[in-house]
Write a protein that binds this ligand. Structure first.
Ligand SMILES: CC(C)(COP(=O)(O)OP(=O)(O)OC[C@H]1O[C@@H](n2cnc3c(N)ncnc32)[C@H](O)[C@@H]1OP(=O)(O)O)[C@@H](O)C(=O)NCCC(=O)NCCSC(=O)CC(=O)CCCCCCCCCCCCC(=O)O
Ligand SMILES: NC(=O)C1=CN([C@@H]2O[C@H](COP(=O)(O)OP(=O)(O)OC[C@H]3O[C@@H](n4cnc5c(N)ncnc54)[C@H](O)[C@@H]3O)[C@@H](O)[C@H]2O)C=CC1
Length: 721
């Protein structure tokens, strides 16, 4: 709703009131239309201020209304904003908190904008698969120029009030009460001509070499968009602003929006927006929940093992302002880690403009140094024997009540918990490399983990700027468990006739940041080799004949093992599925050696190469992964499909505009996914991961409900188990 009052004698004050972010729902738009009319027709009112309640101007259109066109009743935004701009009394936007999307477009329709120094503004529509289609794509370039508008609209980034002032997006920045400042300002401009204040009348500031600029930006956007269409439409809309009169530009904005609005990508991106918030409302099978479990403050933390992960975790903790004790036993690693952490902190400080967090870290080569910390994160080698020993030592050294966390990527968290005096105080904190940059944190609880600890760790994740997802304990948890069948299929396809390039290209065209083989080269083939050796799966030389490709009764590809035997560990050795200029280089080039290696391998195993289509690559890799996702849901390891999707979008390079694997399955059609899995399972009876999961069958039998209704079917399936 919207509140109206007259203040300081002659200022009409319109306050948007719609928690949580004063989003422009139909009722608010009604309110704005009515109150603006009231203010303009009241002779005592000489100027108008629009503000929002509870320190927030406006979070934009109500995204929930976008679910169906039928939801979008009420006055449309565009004429509403035009009538404000056309008013003959000055209208001032008082921006506290933030003005985003339609909220900023409303402010751009006002004649003046005053922002609080802590406020942020932006046009984030692109992140929802849309463009600023309430005139934003046409007014912003006219106000701040084409290059700056392109940067804001194609990225959706939020900027500070100071940057907005510098760009000319706001007229004044207030340090104290913004509404008071706006009212004062409104009094001072009452009666003044508004001719030069209506942005739709402006010409876009001229740009030298405009064609070249747009070509360059379009090229960059196409490269980074990974198949997303909204950033491209955003460039096209700004181009219309730069080249067409306002009314024609608005027509173009409308046409482009019509295409985006009903696209699957917009649905996927809006699903991700809400899914990201859903995962914060975690629950455990015991019934413990985010809103009934309280954590306690952490003042001092420790990291054990300063290799690749420990260094990043130390930085991430220090950047939250915590005191950190960093422990590494090997002298060489100890010295290198100190230097590396210091460099990472310096780079972080430069990037963020925040002060260095150096002083908060103390280094030690002894576990005794962690005696007084509140929380420990262990990041030593992925070796159960070693980790068990470390947990026994931690349990003896740490003060009672210390939370003990492991960064293991696959091992059993419960087994580690059972090494300690207080197993309820142990969880997994699974970071992703590089740990100070990657946004995902899988929080792995066991049957004995205390809700208090889960609350503490979820909160700590938030402080580190992570998207934290609470999941149950099983091998590989959610992310790595689902990755295994995906990777296995990629290997099997190589055996059957594909090349690493063919598979990676299909996956990258789908939108993955990197294909399966480039990821494997990046993380190192030796990591999986070590695990497979420990599991007794590796036979030197790979064996020969069909039986060599069956281990424990299921299909197995020894290709990765053979690569490792040849020292091809990936980027670190300069050779892997691709070749690199030198060890450590990142520029992957196809390696002709691979061709003869695969030919010889196929001959040895009696395999005849066949043509593999992109469609088969996608169906086998993605549907195998999705099938495992259904098993994860059935087993209760993830609370809902949103948890899986957010893990994949933030941790595994899944294209956000496809919404995550489970949302994607829903978009493709569950009956189609089921039919294709049945087809591939029949052709490959030795690949049990292709056998459709019973939850998938149940969902199809229940009429393939939309993803937000799966939980009901899952509940039924679990209650029958
Ligand atoms: C605002 C924030 C920065 C606040 O952040 P924070 O404090 O961290 O809180 P959150 O946890 O994020 O959010 C709290 C709570 O609020 C909910 N929420 C936030 N924003 C919105 C919103 N805009 N709508 C609804 N709900 C919102 C959020 O979900 C949380 O609730 P919970 O889920 O219950 O936990 C941050 O929230 C933020 O960034 N918000 C989003 C800002 C944003 O992206 N705004 C842009 C929205 S899109 C927009 O404005 C577009 C337009 O205005 C254009 C409209 C033009 C319309 C024209 C339509 C033409 C259609 C043509 C079709 C033709 C087809 C045909 O005819 O065929
Ligand atoms: N590398 C990756 O991409 C990811 C790794 N992980 C997990 O993180 C953990 C660490 O992995 P990395 O950092 O890659 O390993 P790493 O090999 O780079 O580092 C491990 C470090 O632990 C040290 N260490 C060994 N025993 C120790 C002890 N008793 N006390 C103190 N330090 C000790 C080693 O000297 C080494 O510096 C593993 O469990 C791994 O599975 C999790 C996510 C991603």
């Amino acid at each position: 709703m919207t509140q109206y009052s007259r203040v300081s004698g002659s200022v009409g004050l319109i306050t948007l009131k719609n928690p949580p972010v004063n989003q422009l729902s139909a009722v608010v738009r009604h309110g704005i239309v009515d109150t603006v009319q009231k203010a303009l027709s009241d002779p005592k009112v000489k100027s108008v201020v629009i503000c929002g309640q509870n320190g927030m101007f406006c979070g934009g259109a109500d995204i929930k209304e976008f679910q169906t066109l039928a939801n979008m009743r009420g006055p449309p935004l565009i004429p509403m904003i035009h009538s404000i701009e056309a008013a003959d009394k000055p209208v001032v936007a008082a921006i506290e908190g933030g003005a985003f999307g339609g909220g900023l477009e409303l402010a751009l329709g006002c004649h003046y904008r005053i922002a609080h120094s802590k406020a942020k503004v932006g046009l984030p529509e692109v992140t929802l698969g849309l463009l600023p289609a309430a005139g934003g794509s046409q007014r912003l370039p006219r106000l701040i120029g084409v290059p700056a508008a392109l940067s804001l609209i194609t990225t959706g980034r939020h900027i500070t009030a100071a940057e907005a002032l510098q760009l000319g997006l706001v007229d004044q920045v207030a340090d104290h009460n913004t509404v008071d400042a706006a009212v004062k300002f409104a009094l001072s401009v009452a009666g003044q001509s508004l001719d030069a204040r209506r942005i739709s009348n402006f010409q876009c500031p001229p740009v030298p070499n405009m064609d070249a600029l747009f070509e360059d930006v379009m090229q960059k956007v196409r490269t980074t968009a990974r198949g997303a269409i909204a950033p491209i439409a955003c460039v096209q809309a700004v181009r219309a602003a730069a080249t067409l009169p306002y009314t024609q530009g608005m027509q173009r904005e409308k046409e482009l929006m019509a295409t985006l609005f009903t696209s699957g990508q917009a649905r996927a991106l809006q699903y991700c927006f809400f899914a990201q918030r859903v995962v914060g409302r975690w629950s455990m099978p015991s019934g413990a929940r985010w809103d009934t479990s309280k954590g306690r403050p952490i003042h001092k933390a420790a990291v054990i093992g300063l290799g690749t992960m420990g260094r990043g975790i130390t930085v991430a903790l220090a950047q939250t302002g915590l005191s950190v004790v960093a422990v590494e036993t090997q002298e060489k690693q100890f010295m290198e880690a100190k230097k590396a952490v210091s460099n990472m902190l310096e780079r972080g400080a430069k990037r963020s403009g925040k002060p260095l967090a150096h002083g908060k870290i103390t280094y030690s080569q002894s576990l005794q140094a962690v005696a007084d910390v509140d929380l420990v994160i262990e990041a030593v080698f992925e070796d159960m024997g070693l980790k068990k020993k470390v947990f026994q030592q931690l349990s003896a050294v740490c003060k009672p009540g210390t939370f003990l966390c492991t960064n293991t990527s696959t091992l059993d968290v419960d087994e580690l918990a059972s090494q300690t005096h207080q197993p309820e105080l142990v969880v997994g904190m699974h970071f992703f490399a590089p740990a100070h940059i990657m946004k995902l944190l899988e929080v792995v609880y066991g049957p004995r983990s205390s809700p208090e600890l889960v609350a503490v760790v979820m909160e700590l994740g938030k402080k580190m700027g992570k998207v934290s997802v609470a999941v149950g304990n099983c091998r590989g948890f959610v992310g790595n468990r689902m990755l295994k069948p995906y990777r296995d299929q990629a290997y099997f396809l190589l055996e059957e006739g594909a090349t690493p390039q063919l598979i990676d290209q299909a996956l990258e065209e789908f939108g993955f940041a990197m294909g399966a083989f480039k990821v494997s080269d990046l993380s190192g083939l030796d990591v999986g080799w070590k695990v497979r050796k420990e599991e007794g799966l590796v036979q030197p030389g790979g064996g020969s004949g069909k039986s060599a490709r069956i281990r424990n009764g299921v299909r197995y590809s020894p290709l990765g093992d053979l690569m490792c035997e040849q020292g091809r560990f990936g980027q670190k050795t300069g050779r892997g599925w691709y070749q690199y200029d030198k060890p450590g280089s990142r520029d992957a080039r196809p390696d002709p050696w691979m061709h003869s290696f695969l030919e010889e391998y196929r001959a040895r195993h009696g395999l005849v190469a066949r043509r593999i289509s992109n469609q088969e690559v996608l169906e086998r890799c993605l549907y195998a992964m999705i099938n495992e996702g259904f098993r994860v849901l059935e087993d209760g390891i993830a609370a809902g499909p949103e948890d899986i999707d957010i893990i994949y979008v933030f941790g595994y390079g899944w294209p956000r505009h496809r919404g995550g694997p489970m949302f994607y399955a829903n978009m493709v059609g569950l009956e189609i996914v089921l039919e294709r899995l049945e087809h591939y399972a029949q052709a490959n009876p030795d690949m049990p991961t292709l056998q459709p999961c019973s939850l998938l069958r149940k969902l199809v039998a229940s009429g393939s409900p939309p993803v937000n209704k799966w939980k009901e079917v899952i509940k039924n399936v679990r209650s029958q188990l």
